[in-house]
Design a protein around this ligand. Structure first.
Ligand SMILES: [Zn+2]
Length: 53
């Protein structure tokens, strides 16, 4: 069965734990951890529409 592997939008590692998401101008971004999400927010904060917990 094919399973889509979700990759972290920042570091490219497979996202094994869901829940670190941010809705951006480019669509929903998923992150592998809170660290990647916060770094992305620092770098691209103006693209983030809302964060999902
Ligand atoms: Zn990551």
């Amino acid at each position: 069965m094919d399973q889509d592997i979700i990759k972290c939008a920042l570091c490219g590692l497979a996202v094994e734990i869901e829940g670190f998401n941010a809705q951006t101008n480019e669509g929903l971004k998923r992150f592998c951890c809170a660290g990647c999400l916060s770094v992305y927010r620092l770098l691209n904060g103006d693209e983030i529409i809302e964060e999902e917990q």
